[in-house]
Design a protein around this ligand. Structure first.
Ligand code: SF4
Length: 143
């Protein structure tokens, strides 16, 4: 984005402008908003609007679809949902199960929720029941 934006937002810094534009795009929901409307709303010329949208796209925060709007080509800006591949790359948070008794249980190798004949099963385990109950109560007292 050029540094000489002649808009009502010229006094705001770049990050503030990005955040406000993202908020406007977010507000438009899944249907998105035309880039020309964003330019108009934030008094950006088409070059600044295009650079700003391009930056948001590079940051994977939005996607841009080329569309014909009022006889002119523009882009529709849509907030990007994280893809499944991105979700798979996120670290898994195990905080909610890290104290589960199963991780240090000497019967873990024979415990089964499917084998009715085994004496050790999550369905009949007092240790597991106590842990679930205690965690449940603790979750309320922490909030
Ligand atoms: S459910 Fe109970 S018996 Fe089974 S592994 Fe967990 S703590 Fe052990």
């Amino acid at each position: 984005m050029s540094t000489n934006i002649t808009s009502k937002y010229a006094t705001k810094n770049k990050q503030e402008l990005f955040d406000q534009v993202m908020a406007a795009i977010l507000k438009s929901g899944e249907q998105g908003v035309f880039q020309t409307e964003i330019c108009k709303e934030f008094s950006l010329d088409s070059r600044d609007g295009s650079r700003l949208a391009g930056n948001l796209e590079k940051q994977s925060r939005i996607s841009r679809e080329k569309v014909l709007y009022k006889g002119r080509w523009t882009y529709k800006l849509i907030v990007r949902k994280p893809s499944i591949a991105e979700d798979k790359n996120k670290p898994v948070n195990i905080d909610c199960v890290k104290d589960a008794p199963c991780f240090r249980c000497s019967f873990e190798h024979s415990c089964s929720s499917e084998d009715e004949s085994t004496p050790n099963s999550p369905w009949r385990c007092a240790l597991l029941e106590t842990w679930v109950t205690t965690s449940f109560i603790k979750s309320f007292s922490d909030n």
